[in-house]
Ligand binder design. Structure first.
Ligand code: IVH
Length: 673
């Protein structure tokens, strides 16, 4: 292939990848599968590897670059990054709108209402359409250079779309971590023995200020743009509405929830509507921002020292509140871990009543020095359990009592042992009724075996009455066993037994999750299931093999292998299987004769459809790709094969015919191309 042709293909791939990133991250409307994207990406990587002279800084392959030499060098913003004034009540909002109307001298002001994301403000500087620098807000005048890290955010274009981008454009926006990314990140943090982030904001800030951009790249950060700083070359849009449309047109991600509303009523309606949908948004917001739409009106209104008079943030009720500690309980988890929990005077936090907050572990309890009688501030962040942020020391009453952590399990009286980490554990194992109860609760829970009707209260009674000791005992229960329990009639007893029986037919990832292996959450269970395909193989794996599974680090691998090496656990698993718990075997890329090989199909095959050929090849362990690259091992060409054969020849990839494919299927071995 000539240099020009390869260069043209590289340019084509870059354009394709940019287009598909844009569809995925900005429009949230992908046109191709992730696998397809990965294939195109791999092809470009291969080209740039072979021809480093063709590599370009704005190539989608170049998102993770070298570490910046000076970490986070100061950046003076072309135009100051302002902050926003806050309003908390309808009255304060009405006052804001009144001031705006008075200064403008007319009613019915048009505002653009936008969600206020809880992340980190950044300024993205594009020169002639190319991202040249990204900076944090800092003090508003001077921020920090985070270009290397921002480049790893796939939603952030390295090059603007369209033919005539402004000569200089500083786009302002918020970098954030979607809820799901936050949960996944924390699951990983914990699995790797690290500390979870308290909220998505901290996680986003911590991720963006990573010294190593390769670490940032692993964090699923996103960005939404909501304004501009410097704009040189061409006319800047005359309204906020037009500006956001223009940013979107340039390929920058802009929040689709933005609306233009009229007056105070319009603002309030938007606020209430978004407030109701808040929990369903894929990211956390802490309020709404209203901006006077017309830029001429914004100019008329002007700015105070740090905040504009033409915009305001309308905050949702605080996610943090102050209350009093009434007592401290110690809860025993299913692995025996003892968690101190503060019992609080009920308080509304972010619109939800909170009466308990976790203190995580004895070390955290003593570090925060929480005493009974103290005033504490409590935080709720998304789906995370409420926690104590800190003690208000100046309000500590003289009789506040320090809590002495028990050295015996409050449930079974067994000694408490401290493991290498910070966890205190009841040494009672399954003698401890709390551990039994929690193990069974977890097993029956919705995301595990999903046994309807087997709720917390029922499990508690079953354990207290000695009717079940292990999860396998559930499958021996008869309606008669249940009928003498509280609030259990004949019909409900039969129903629960039916639900238990029905849970026998499950799927492998659920079963794995249901076992309650320490450190193994849903995502890890799914990854293990995918990797191993079946239980025997997983149980036989040593730690070395376990760390080969994506997202499994040494801590998790150790927990898994310890779990399966315990005789009791093996017995319970055997009893579950004997009771008929089963799942369909997962399809797993078999170690077939073509395993590890990448094959591309082209042209019309005589004896089979494209889909049949694909399935047959996959059955032999091959990966079937759509385009030819240096990584392709074989091209299978039918009638009228087209350009793929030419490309194969250019790359030196063997081209085989349909008869060879048949031979592979028959003989199970690749022939000579
Ligand atoms: S506008 C001149 N719009 O909130 C206006 N800010 O409290 C400057 N924020 O520093 C900001 N979402 O980090 C604006 N849609 C939005 C926003 C937003 C989040 C953040 C931003 C800013 C802070 C001010």
């Amino acid at each position: 292939m000539t240099r020009d042709a390869v260069a043209a293909r590289a340019a084509e791939l870059r354009a394709l990848l940019d287009h598909h990133s844009y569809r995925y991250y900005v429009l949230d409307d992908p046109e191709i599968s992730d696998a397809e994207y990965d294939r195109l990406f791999a092809e470009l990587v291969a080209i740039e590897h072979e021809r480093p002279d063709l590599a370009r800084a704005d190539s989608p392959t170049q998102r993770v670059g070298a570490r910046p030499s000076a970490a986070f060098a100061p950046v003076v913003h072309g135009q100051a990054m302002l902050s926003l004034g806050n309003v908390f009540t309808d009255q304060e909002l009405a006052d804001f709108d009144r001031r705006v109307r008075e200064r403008l001298g007319h009613d019915d002001v048009h505002y653009v209402a936008e969600p206020k994301l809880d992340g980190l403000a950044v300024s993205l500087r594009y020169e002639n359409g190319v991202l040249v620098r990204a900076a944090t807000r800092g003090d508003g005048t001077t921020g920090e250079d985070v270009t290397a890290n921002v480049r790893t955010i796939r939603a952030c274009p390295l090059r603007l779309r369209g033919h005539a981008p402004p000569r200089v454009l500083e786009a302002r926006g918020e970098v954030y971590l979607p809820r799901e990314g936050f949960l996944r990140l924390n699951e990983n943090q914990i699995a790797q023995g690290g500390k979870p982030f308290a909220n998505p904001r901290n996680a986003a800030a911590g991720s963006l200020r990573q010294l190593d951009p390769a670490v940032s790249a692993q964090r699923p950060l996103r960005v939404f743009c909501y304004g501009i700083g410097e704009w040189l070359g061409g006319q800047a849009p005359a309204s906020q509405e037009a500006l956001l449309a223009m940013l979107a047109e340039l390929g920058l991600p802009v929040n689709p929830e933005r609306r233009t509303v009229v007056g105070y009523e319009g603002c309030l309606q938007y606020y209430e509507d978004l407030g109701r949908r808040r929990a369903d948004l894929p990211y956390e917001i802490d309020g709404v921002v209203y901006k006077v739409n017309e830029v001429v009106e914004q100019r008329l209104l002007g700015e105070l020292s740090r905040t504009p008079r033409w915009a305001v943030a309308h905050k949702f009720p605080a996610e943090e509140a102050v209350t009093r500690v009434l007592g401290i309980d110690v809860q025993v988890g299913r692995t025996g871990a003892l968690t101190p929990v503060a019992v609080l005077a009920s308080v509304a936090v972010g619109g939800v009543m909170v009466s308990h907050a976790t203190l995580h572990n004895p070390e955290e309890l003593s570090r925060k020095d929480v005493r009974i009688g103290d005033f504490v501030s409590v935080r709720r962040a998304g789906d995370v359990i409420p926690e104590i942020v800190g003690v208000l020391r100046e309000r500590r009453p003289p009789d506040a009592t320090p809590f002495i952590f028990p050295d015996h399990c409050p449930v079974c009286g067994s000694p408490v042992v401290r493991d290498e980490g910070v966890v205190a554990r009841c040494a009672g194992g399954l003698v401890c009724q709390a551990q039994r109860r929690e193990t069974i609760r977890h097993f029956a829970s919705r995301r595990a075996m999903d046994i309807e009707g087997l709720g917390d209260k029922l499990v508690e009674q079953l354990v207290l009455r000695g009717k079940v000791a292990t999860v396998a005992d559930l499958y021996r229960l008869t309606p008669g066993d249940l009928m003498d329990l509280e609030r259990m009639g004949e019909r409900s007893a039969a129903k629960v037994v039916g639900a238990i029986a029905a849970s026998r037919h499950t799927v492998f990832p659920r079963f794995l999750y249901a076992l309650g292996i320490p450190e193994v959450g849903e995502a890890t269970a799914a990854a293990l299931a995918r990797h191993f395909g079946d239980l025997e193989d997983l149980m036989a794996a040593d730690e070395e093999r376990l760390v080969e599974v994506p997202d499994v680090g040494p801590v998790v691998a150790h927990a898994i292998s310890t779990f399966f090496s315990e005789r009791h656990n093996r017995e319970v698993i055997a009893a579950l299987r004997a009771a008929g718990v089963s799942w369909p075997r997962l399809e797993r890329p078999a170690a077939g004769p073509l395993s590890g090989k990448t094959v591309v199909l082209t042209g019309t095959l005589e004896g089979m459809t494209r889909d049949e050929a694909r399935a047959a090849l996959e059955g032999l362990g091959a990966k079937v790709a759509s385009s030819v690259s240096a990584r392709t091992d074989y091209v299978v060409a039918g009638r009228d094969p087209g350009s793929k054969v030419r490309r194969a020849e250019e790359w030196g990839v063997p081209v085989v015919g349909e008869e060879d494919l048949r031979a592979w299927l028959g003989e199970g071995r690749p022939g000579q191309g």
